[in-house]
Write a protein that binds this ligand. Structure first.
Ligand code: NDP
Ligand code: 8X3
Length: 252
């Protein structure tokens, strides 16, 4: 069903994006793996090329020229992108608004919001031309509910959900599916990035069973394998131990 389809995954070098690449490779989906860490892209390419066709693109989603150049540089077999996974993103910092670090704010708005827009703008015209495609934006439970010290990260993910809704409306005439998948706590490098290597990151996933990146990858696969008349518009997924952004039952 998915053989001969091509997916572009941003943030493929780690966590949810990486797990999605492995899941898609099992299905024979051709892969365009994006990220900034070339060594990781190379090692994934050599591992996954045994299962499917893989190409890598190294760019920073904040750099709009680099985004357009990279996507324009794709060779013919990869130019027809069926599935776009807008996943690249992170939280940077965990401060009350009055102490917020301006560089952290820039990073979150530039990567999570503007980067997602640049990549989408580069990919969507070919989807509208063909009147087909599926865009999956990785939002967050932080896009549904603001929590203490979450301020700008939560704002960036609220924006991702608003952009997803806007895409679904504007792309409706073209038959393009648009989906937001909004996870709660997933055990990835996310906390290392957010807390900048601080010891607090080591405890982020302790005392309860957090979601694993593979759990989200399986949900993404489910979303892209629905029949053509079915679109999962917006999905919120927590670990069982988590009830909302501030309620986590720790038992382990
Ligand atoms: P990771 O830190 O494990 O992965 C983040 C990925 O984003 C990396 O592959 C990284 O690649 C890429 N990335 C970051 N900045 C840039 C940039 N400027 N340009 C290009 N790529 C970039 O985190 P997750 O897998 O957890 O995060 C993936 C998505 O899931 C994010 O959008 C995050 O907000 C969201 N999310 C995460 C949750 C969690 O609890 N972990 C929960 C809800 C949502 P590289 O450094 O190689 O460029
Ligand atoms: C990541 C989940 O709770 O750290 O989006 O915001 S949380």
């Amino acid at each position: 069903m998915n053989k001969n389809k091509t997916a572009l995954i941003t943030g493929a070098t780690s966590g949810i994006g990486r797990a999605t690449a492995y899941e898609f490779a099992k299905q024979g989906i051709n892969l365009i793996l994006c990220g900034r860490r070339q060594e990781r892209l190379d090692s994934m390419q050599s591992a996954l090329s045994k299962q499917t066709d893989v190409i890598t693109l190294n760019f920073d989603v904040r750099d709009k020229v680099a985004v357009f150049n990279a996507i324009d540089s794709l060779p013919e077999p990869f130019r027809h992108i069926d599935i776009l996974i807008n996943n690249a993103g992170n939280a940077h910092g965990f401060d009350p608004i009055q102490d917020g670090n301006l560089d952290d704010w820039d990073a979150m708005i530039d990567i999570n919001v503007k980067g997602l827009l640049y990549v989408s703008r580069a990919v969507i015209p070919k989807m509208t031309e063909r009147q087909s495609g599926h865009i999956i934006n990785i939002g967050s439970s932080a896009g549904k509910e603001v929590y203490p010290k979450g301020n700008v990260y939560c704002a960036s993910k609220h924006a991702v959900i608003a952009i997803t809704d806007g895409m679904r409306i504007d792309l409706n005439p073209f038959g393009i599916k648009v989906t937001a998948i909004n996870p709660g706590l997933v055990e990835t490098e996310f906390s290392k990035v957010r807390y900048k290597g601080d010891a607090i990151a080591d405890n982020a996933y302790k005392g309860y069973q957090a979601l694993q990146p593979e759990d989200i990858a399986e949900i993404i696969l489910f979303a892209i394998t629905r029949p053509s008349h079915v679109n999962i518009a917006d999905l919120l997924v927590f670990p069982t131990a988590q009830a909302n952004n501030v309620t986590v039952k720790k038992t382990l």
